[in-house]
Design a protein around this ligand. Structure first.
Ligand SMILES: [Zn+2]
Length: 312
């Protein structure tokens, strides 16, 4: 014999699959769009006393932004206002709310989760994700901000590849000290990320080894031992902190910075040679100066003509 273990859903509700809602109507709109009308299927608990309400006060239709389901759909929630019949409760009526559409929300939790994971896992710009999901930049930004407030419990995230990067979060400021002199203030911060998932683990003030060292010191021994690779940019002053707290981790430097260091060295050598040979700086009729950009290009991207010019 076959028995249902859960409440039986109708086909439309199963396809739409929004938890705690069922589909009560689906309409083809004149402009070719589709409208899905949904109603909540959770017991309406009073937000003040928690007693389940049984008597409907009124209804209204609320538009809700949601993920596309087999294409874009306009979602309308047939929302109910309930009487709280608990005599001891001061609240007379309340609008129902659910996990998917909490109080004051205008979009479903599953839509917000989806845009946040699109930004975090694919590293796409908020504006691009907004466009792809047919929502406003503000919605993406607000969802991201809400997700960022909940920084992960770092010690429970098993990280094997750690990324450390510095950012200047605003322009340089000058301020006067007590003795009237001007002091330069560099507003830097350092972000620590899990390179495997792109998840931000922590943000510290400044960009020196003390700031990063303090953060690493707060991690457990076992957390630090799991780190196999740390990616930093080569000019960073984090090495001291890494030697102290992550002595076994391999330090990796990204390609861009490595190539830049190499190119800077080629340029320094070319300038020194020009001064030794000509006793002055390079001029535009010196072949080495004229072809200085060619020297910095990858050998595999040079055209035969470029090779001829280099060898001349
Ligand atoms: Zn109540």
């Amino acid at each position: 014999m076959h028995e249902n273990t859960g409440p039986q859903r109708d086909a439309a509700s199963t396809i739409f699959n929004l938890p705690n809602y069922h589909v009560i109507d689906a309409i083809d709109l004149p402009d070719g769009g589709r409208q899905v009308v949904i109603a909540s299927s959770v017991p309406p608990g009073c937000p003040s006393c928690g007693v389940i309400a049984t008597k409907v006060h009124s209804r209204r239709s609320q538009q809700v932004r949601d993920v596309p389901v087999a294409g874009t759909v306009q979602v309308v929630w047939a929302k109910r206002r309930w009487f709280c019949l608990e005599p001891a409760c001061a609240r007379r009526t309340f609008w129902e709310a659910t996990d998917q559409v909490p109080r004051y929300a205008r979009s479903t939790t599953r839509l917000r989760d989806q845009v946040v994971s699109a930004v975090i896992t694919s590293g796409r710009a908020a504006s691009e994700v907004a466009q792809a999901h047919g929502v406003s930049w503000w919605l993406v930004q607000a969802a991201l901000a809400a997700a960022a407030v909940a920084l992960p419990a770092v010690d429970e995230v098993p990280v094997t590849r750690l990324g450390i990067d510095e950012h200047r979060y605003r322009s340089v400021r000058w301020f006067r000290t007590d003795d009237g002199a001007w002091r330069r203030f560099e507003p830097w911060m350092t972000t620590l990320v899990d390179l495997t998932t792109g998840q931000v683990l922590g943000i510290v003030d400044g960009r020196d080894s003390t700031a990063v060292g303090t953060w690493l010191a707060q991690r457990s021994e076992c957390w630090r031992e799991r780190i196999e690779v740390v990616a930093i940019d080569p000019s960073a002053a984090f090495r001291k902190a890494l030697r102290t707290y992550l002595p076994r981790a391999a330090v990796s430097v990204d390609k861009f910075h490595l190539v830049k260091l190499g190119n800077d060295m080629v340029t320094t050598v070319r300038q020194r040679l020009a001064r030794t040979h000509h006793g002055r700086r390079g001029r535009k009729d010196d072949p080495a100066w004229a072809h200085r950009m060619l020297l910095l290009r990858g050998a595999d991207t040079l055209t035969p003509r470029a090779w001829e010019r280099l060898e001349a």
